[in-house]
Ligand binder design. Structure first.
Ligand SMILES: [Zn+2]
Ligand SMILES: [Zn+2]
Length: 156
């Protein structure tokens, strides 16, 4: 987490380098950061499960070893990762499937600094209530939220 002061220094550096105004420099820096985070979030999600337990998990080694199955005593394998919260963008869910039977389970993991989207506080409705709303990075599949898509007319 960068402090506000650190962030302002980065913006001033960019202003000095590019001659942009404060607001333009801030917007461009944010866009660059979002783009990098988007690319990383897609990589966190896009991998194929390992073919056996003898090779390192292709998710990048950020998962727990699969547990031994209670039913068939084979091991579980990490098969999928997807956003695991609708408001906390660093929470991911890991799905494990047994290599010997149809048993499966899901673990929640926090990947600090590797968000699947951006959490924003928005003021809602007439009561002016502040709520946290998460925006999913484009290209990331969220089981409960839709990614931000370019505006297209609804066909129905
Ligand atoms: Zn894994
Ligand atoms: Zn099993």
């Amino acid at each position: 987490m960068t402090t506000n002061r650190g962030r302002k220094d980065v913006i001033r550096d960019r202003m000095a380098a590019t001659g942009e105004s404060y607001n333009v420099a801030a917007r461009n820096l944010k866009a660059m950061k979002d783009m990098g985070a988007t690319r990383e979030a897609r990589l966190i999600q896009r991998w194929q499960p390992a073919e056996s337990l003898d090779v390192p998990c292709p998710c990048g080694g950020t998962c727990e070893p699969g547990e031994t199955c209670d039913h068939c005593h084979a091991r579980h394998l990490h098969v999928r990762r997807y956003p695991g919260s609708v408001t906390d963008v660093e929470i991911w869910a890991d799905r494990y499937e047994c290599t010997g039977c149809s048993s499966s389970y899901t673990l929640t993991v926090r990947l600090a600094g590797r968000p699947w989207g951006v959490a924003e506080t928005v003021v809602q409705g007439g009561s002016a209530e502040e709520v946290v709303r998460a925006r999913v990075f484009p290209g990331v599949a969220h089981p409960l939220l839709r990614p931000e898509a370019p505006e297209t007319p609804e066909e129905d």
